[in-house]
Design a protein around this ligand. Structure first.
Ligand code: ZN
Length: 150
Protein backbone atom coordinates (compact mmCIF):
# COMPACT_ATOMS: atom_id res chain seq x y z
CA UNK A 1 0.00 0.00 0.00
CA UNK A 2 1.76 3.09 -1.27
CA UNK A 3 1.02 6.31 0.61
CA UNK A 4 2.37 9.46 -1.04
CA UNK A 5 3.00 13.05 -0.06
CA UNK A 6 3.11 15.97 -2.48
CA UNK A 7 6.91 16.15 -2.74
CA UNK A 8 7.03 12.53 -3.83
CA UNK A 9 4.02 12.87 -6.14
CA UNK A 10 5.55 15.85 -7.93
CA UNK A 11 8.58 13.86 -8.85
CA UNK A 12 7.12 10.43 -9.52
CA UNK A 13 3.53 10.85 -10.76
CA UNK A 14 4.38 9.27 -14.12
CA UNK A 15 5.50 6.04 -12.44
CA UNK A 16 2.67 5.73 -9.95
CA UNK A 17 0.21 2.96 -10.76
CA UNK A 18 -1.75 3.11 -7.54
CA UNK A 19 -1.22 5.17 -4.42
CA UNK A 20 -3.18 6.64 -1.53
CA UNK A 21 -3.25 9.98 0.21
CA UNK A 22 -5.48 12.32 2.23
CA UNK A 23 -7.77 15.07 0.93
CA UNK A 24 -5.52 17.91 2.11
CA UNK A 25 -2.64 16.68 -0.06
CA UNK A 26 -4.91 16.63 -3.12
CA UNK A 27 -6.06 20.16 -2.34
CA UNK A 28 -2.44 21.35 -2.11
CA UNK A 29 -1.72 19.64 -5.42
CA UNK A 30 -4.70 21.20 -7.23
CA UNK A 31 -3.39 24.69 -6.66
CA UNK A 32 0.00 23.83 -8.12
CA UNK A 33 -0.45 21.05 -10.64
CA UNK A 34 -2.63 19.61 -13.30
CA UNK A 35 -5.33 17.15 -12.44
CA UNK A 36 -3.59 14.39 -14.40
CA UNK A 37 -0.88 13.86 -11.81
CA UNK A 38 -3.60 12.77 -9.40
CA UNK A 39 -5.13 10.25 -11.79
CA UNK A 40 -3.89 7.16 -9.96
CA UNK A 41 -4.08 8.54 -6.45
CA UNK A 42 -7.03 7.72 -4.22
CA UNK A 43 -8.23 9.57 -1.15
CA UNK A 44 -8.82 7.65 2.06
CA UNK A 45 -10.42 8.97 5.24
CA UNK A 46 -8.57 9.05 8.57
CA UNK A 47 -10.31 8.94 11.92
CA UNK A 48 -9.56 11.57 14.56
CA UNK A 49 -8.08 9.01 16.97
CA UNK A 50 -5.19 8.34 14.57
CA UNK A 51 -4.61 12.06 14.03
CA UNK A 52 -4.49 12.60 17.81
CA UNK A 53 -1.99 9.77 18.26
CA UNK A 54 0.23 11.21 15.53
CA UNK A 55 0.09 14.71 17.05
CA UNK A 56 1.04 13.24 20.44
CA UNK A 57 3.99 11.38 18.93
CA UNK A 58 5.09 14.44 16.91
CA UNK A 59 5.18 16.45 20.16
CA UNK A 60 7.27 13.75 21.87
CA UNK A 61 9.70 13.70 18.94
CA UNK A 62 9.74 17.53 18.77
CA UNK A 63 8.71 17.89 15.11
CA UNK A 64 5.10 19.09 15.38
CA UNK A 65 5.94 22.69 14.44
CA UNK A 66 7.70 21.46 11.29
CA UNK A 67 4.69 19.61 9.89
CA UNK A 68 1.65 21.01 8.12
CA UNK A 69 -1.92 19.91 8.83
CA UNK A 70 -1.78 17.88 5.59
CA UNK A 71 1.49 16.21 6.69
CA UNK A 72 -0.02 15.23 10.05
CA UNK A 73 -3.10 13.78 8.40
CA UNK A 74 -1.03 11.86 5.89
CA UNK A 75 1.10 10.40 8.70
CA UNK A 76 -2.14 9.43 10.47
CA UNK A 77 -3.26 7.57 7.33
CA UNK A 78 0.04 5.69 7.18
CA UNK A 79 -0.18 4.99 10.91
CA UNK A 80 -3.71 3.62 10.53
CA UNK A 81 -2.49 1.14 7.90
CA UNK A 82 0.98 0.68 9.43
CA UNK A 83 0.92 -3.11 9.00
CA UNK A 84 0.73 -2.78 5.20
CA UNK A 85 1.55 0.86 4.41
CA UNK A 86 4.78 2.37 3.19
CA UNK A 87 5.07 6.16 3.22
CA UNK A 88 6.75 7.58 0.13
CA UNK A 89 8.10 11.03 0.92
CA UNK A 90 11.14 13.22 0.46
CA UNK A 91 10.28 15.25 3.56
CA UNK A 92 12.88 14.35 6.16
CA UNK A 93 10.67 15.40 9.09
CA UNK A 94 7.89 13.10 7.88
CA UNK A 95 10.40 10.26 7.53
CA UNK A 96 11.68 10.99 11.03
CA UNK A 97 8.19 10.88 12.49
CA UNK A 98 7.34 7.67 10.57
CA UNK A 99 10.31 5.97 12.23
CA UNK A 100 8.90 6.72 15.68
CA UNK A 101 5.37 5.76 14.59
CA UNK A 102 6.60 2.37 13.41
CA UNK A 103 5.62 3.19 9.81
CA UNK A 104 7.90 2.03 6.97
CA UNK A 105 9.04 4.79 4.65
CA UNK A 106 10.85 5.31 1.36
CA UNK A 107 12.14 8.33 -0.53
CA UNK A 108 14.70 9.47 -3.08
CA UNK A 109 16.81 10.28 -0.04
CA UNK A 110 16.38 8.59 3.31
CA UNK A 111 17.37 9.74 6.76
CA UNK A 112 20.21 7.82 8.38
CA UNK A 113 19.36 8.87 11.91
CA UNK A 114 16.04 9.18 13.69
CA UNK A 115 16.22 12.28 15.85
CA UNK A 116 14.43 13.73 18.84
CA UNK A 117 14.41 17.52 19.00
CA UNK A 118 13.95 19.94 21.88
CA UNK A 119 14.35 23.66 22.45
CA UNK A 120 17.25 24.65 24.68
CA UNK A 121 17.42 28.12 26.24
CA UNK A 122 20.78 29.78 25.47
CA UNK A 123 20.58 31.85 28.69
CA UNK A 124 19.46 29.46 31.43
CA UNK A 125 19.80 26.07 29.72
CA UNK A 126 16.21 24.96 30.29
CA UNK A 127 15.12 22.25 27.85
CA UNK A 128 11.49 22.33 26.71
CA UNK A 129 9.13 21.51 23.86
CA UNK A 130 8.41 25.17 23.18
CA UNK A 131 10.45 27.74 21.20
CA UNK A 132 10.16 30.29 24.03
CA UNK A 133 11.92 29.43 27.30
CA UNK A 134 9.24 28.75 29.95
CA UNK A 135 11.59 30.03 32.70
CA UNK A 136 13.05 33.30 31.38
CA UNK A 137 11.14 33.99 28.14
CA UNK A 138 14.21 33.95 25.86
CA UNK A 139 14.04 32.57 22.33
CA UNK A 140 15.37 29.02 22.61
CA UNK A 141 17.53 27.13 20.10
CA UNK A 142 16.35 23.95 18.50
CA UNK A 143 18.69 21.04 19.22
CA UNK A 144 18.93 17.32 18.63
CA UNK A 145 18.77 15.67 22.06
CA UNK A 146 18.85 12.07 20.80
CA UNK A 147 19.90 10.49 17.50
CA UNK A 148 19.35 6.83 16.72
CA UNK A 149 21.16 5.17 13.80
CA UNK A 150 18.59 3.58 11.50
ZN1 ZN B 1 15.71 30.56 29.77
Amino acid sequence: MKIVDLSYLKRHFKDIKEAYTVREIIEEAKSVFFQKILANVKILPVETKYIKEVIKKAKEVGVLDYLSRADIKLCALAYKYRDIAIMFTNDLYIQNLCYFLGVKFEGDQKIEYAKIFRYVCPKCGVISERPICPKCGSIADRKVVKALKI
